[in-house]
Design a protein around this ligand. Structure first.
Ligand code: 2AL
Length: 168
């Protein structure tokens, strides 16, 4: 996608490009409502500002679309394909898989939501260490961390849709 094509897209088509990045209506509408953009940088800056911060309700709604770390997303949706690609570097052996399953379970018991982390560019061992570190967070600190991870993943996906190198 290039920026002039994106500016000219029908709102439904433009929303269909944005929604797999993070399915939060307010964010999608903020980006759509700011078109036209002079550049991809301007689009990414707008997308970033509209994501800072997400509310708790927005985070919980968006997390419903994220498979657990270590679980291969099923189906042919754009989101599932993105998730599979992000998690493709995880090099999971039996031991790491078991550790992630039990870490995910402990996290969900403690925080009542799915553990979320930007998976692309991270090894399974790194992810497991982060999961264990974040398990000790206070709930408000963890809410801020998960919101930040959701924003990072959304911006990576959006940048990739415009053939941009990841901006972290
Ligand atoms: C994911 C996912 O699907 N892609 C990614 O970067 N992280 N899931 C997760 N639970 O963290």
């Amino acid at each position: 996608m290039d920026i002039s094509r994106f500016n000219a897209l029908d709102p439904n088509d433009a929303a269909a490009l944005l929604r797999p990045c993070v399915d939060i209506d307010r964010w999608v509408e903020a980006v759509l409502g700011t078109r036209p953009f002079a550049s991809v940088d301007e689009l990414l800056a707008c997308a970033q500002a509209a994501a800072a911060p997400f509310t708790e309700a927005e985070i919980d709604a968006a997390l419903a679309h994220h498979p657990r770390i270590g679980e291969r997303a099923a189906g042919s949706s754009a989101e599932a394909a993105l998730s599979r690609s992000e998690q493709s570097g995880l090099n999971l052996d039996e031991q790491l898989t078991a550790a992630l399953v039990s870490g995910n379970r402990a996290y969900e018991e403690r925080f009542s939501r799915v553990f979320l982390i930007r998976a692309s560019g991270r090894s399974s061992a790194e992810i497991l260490a982060e999961l264990r570190r974040r398990l000790d967070n206070d709930p408000e600190v963890e809410l801020a961390e998960v919101g930040e991870q959701l924003r990072v993943i959304a911006l990576l996906r959006l940048a990739a849709a415009f053939d941009r190198a990841p901006a972290r």
